[in-house]
Design a protein around this ligand. Structure first.
Ligand code: MG
Length: 265
């Protein structure tokens, strides 16, 4: 009886050893755990909600000032980005972590649900602008095929001006400047709101990390005045620049680069 037990123990141990070898041979599968705290900040930090209120309170204050300004000839407009500026897509990001998937997987499905929640204070501020005769234009880099779903989402969450004239989707270029210029033809844009510096002005397009810092310094007086920024620790140009937008890199290589950027003491 005892020898039979030893026999099974030996088979079990042999299996364990060969299993370990197979595990060691497999390349380490990179996960999306690096998004975890950034996404939890969006979803669970009251500080994030406070920052959102802060941005829209500031926007109201600045808009009131602009409306008092004499000599305005054109109709006034506020230009806002959509994702992570007025709509919260953190559930999509959470899906990427939990299922270890990456954009663009699930992105269209998520947008088609048309159920992204408004960022705190956004609906109120944009309706306030409307009540004062100021038009709101949404300039987003969502693809045109998501037009109907985006309009539906905005309408159902009570955003004003959710219509064809006021929603400018991405067509061929990510650069938002040509679309801002369309708005400028008949409107004076008094305020830009976004989570990415490219939502404000074209000079930030395709700039590296140091250039982005230096341009930000040169525009320091615009922030909190004409440019109102919302936080987005989950993604954006700032992340793309960490790996120089080289999407051919494997996830492991990208994560190595992320760590390389860390400064310690
Ligand atoms: Mg955005």
């Amino acid at each position: 009886m005892k020898s039979i037990n030893y026999f099974f123990l030996l088979i079990f141990l042999a299996g364990m050893i060969s299993g370990c070898t197979r595990e060691q041979e497999k390349p380490e599968k990179a996960d999306n755990e690096h998004f975890l705290l950034a996404t939890l900040f969006q979803q669970k930090a009251a500080e994030k909600r406070a920052l959102s209120y802060q941005a829209f309170n500031m926007a109201k204050f600045m808009l009131d000032g602009e409306m008092r300004r004499a000599g305005l000839t054109k109709k006034l407009a506020v230009v806002v980005d959509i994702d992570e500026t007025v709509l919260d897509n953190s559930p999509f990001q959470a899906k990427c972590i939990l299922e270890n998937t990456d954009y663009p997987k699930y992105w269209n499905e998520w947008c088609e649900l048309a159920d992204a929640k408004p960022l705190a204070g956004s609906v109120e501020f944009l309706n306030y602008a409307k009540s004062k005769g100021v038009e709101v234009f949404y300039i987003t880099n969502r693809k045109i095929k998501l037009f109907d779903a985006t309009i539906k989402n905005l309408k159902e969450k009570d955003f004003p001006f959710a219509d064809k004239e006021h929603l400018l989707m991405k067509t061929d270029k990510s650069d938002k400047e040509p679309r801002r210029n369309i708005v400028r033809k008949n409107h004076e844009i008094v305020l830009f709101m976004g989570d990415n510096l490219g939502d404000f002005i074209h000079v930030f397009n395709n700039k590296n990390i140091e250039e982005r810092f230096s341009l930000t310094d040169s525009l320091r007086n615009e922030f909190g005045r004409k440019f109102i920024l919302l936080p987005n620790p989950m993604y954006g140009s700032w992340v793309d620049e960490l790996f120089e937008s080289n999407y051919d890199l494997s996830k492991e290589e990208m994560k190595k680069l992320f760590k390389k950027h860390l400064k310690d003491f």
